[in-house]
Design a binder for this molecule. Sequence first.
Ligand SMILES: Cc1ncc(COP(=O)(O)O)c(C=O)c1O
Length: 399
Amino acid sequence: MFFSGIEQAPADPILGLTEAFRKDPRPDKVNLGVGVFMDEKGTTPVLECVKRAERLLWETEKTKGYTPISGPAEYGDVVARLVFGPDFHGLAMNSVAAAQSPGGTGALRIGAEFLKAFRQGGTVWMPDPTWDNHKNVFGAAGCPVRTYSYYNPSTRGVDVEAMCAALEKIPAGDVVLLHVCCHNPTGADIDAAGWARVAEIAARAGWLPFFDFAYQGFGDGLEEDRAGLLAVLQKVPEALVASSFSKNMGLYGERVGALMVVAESAKAANAALSQIKRIIRVIYSNPPKHGAALARMVLEDADLRALWLQELESMRQRIAGNRQLLVHGLARRSSEMDFSFIVRQKGMFSFSGLSDAQVDFLREQKAIYMVKGGRINVAGLLPESLGYVCDSIAESLKI
Ligand SMILES: Cc1ncc(COP(=O)(O)O)c(C=O)c1O
């Protein structure tokens, strides 16, 4: 039989962990493995600005008819202004094209298909380490994938020297994937001086930057977080950008994102978009409507936008506050390891520096779940679990 001959696929490492967490009967279990924001009650809430937009949409939406293949032009415009900032020169030149996508993953995958078709044989270089799914997404599209040096475990930061040395050697026909902010999984971001060097190398070496911007607003703020992107685009005329509203608007399951092309002319941007539409047409025909309509409403309506900015700020503050609490909590309990680097990291994730044996100990003995490699979701720490997590991590340091 056809189906009975098919083997079970391995579980996704992160989603599999969530599954194991759900099944764990221990009452004091803590999930630091997931990739979603959690509030102090341990839930991933619908933002109030989104709730209000939903009410408005319910009252005003007249049809569930299909959206255009690349989404409504107004959605593309408002997203491009958010991502690049209203003063970006490409917006005035109409040399930025945007296609709505099913989340950031959808944007990456459409971008990968585009590269496979038009940058044939070009290798896609990604940081080591990177979000697990990056390799799969680009690999599945048939793009050759390699990694460049990024993280230095001894400084717990970006190894700018090693990264720049690697980027220098990447040939002009290749593509370099760059996390704009809140690097997943390390939380270690490139600083302003590092971005200036990346920009200069990109301009000289001629490879195409592909920016993954999945966490705009989760680092230091919407504007601050795009600084690296703009630094490179000051020096380089072309790029691809994948953006997402999963995290910053909490629209995870609605699947809302965009793939953007920065070209050197309006004509080139249009031609690229026309090809992107052909790619979309044969995969899912046109994008899901609801979540993008909400995101557009929040961005276009002054009151909803102001409310969103407040809610985004409070998510950011919760993450930053948790970083402080964790560092202080660990410092009070153990002097074996200096965890102060955790406050320097950005976004939800932190490479905790714990070994795989310590990660296993915490899961098996303490019901504290984190991803192998020691990545923790700082937003997963709750007021009632903080002390227990700090005690347990301190204990794990002795094994
Ligand atoms: C670095 C990075 N890129 C892209 C994504 C894609 O997010 P989504 O498809 O949910 O918008 C994620 C999600 O975790 C991510 O961490």
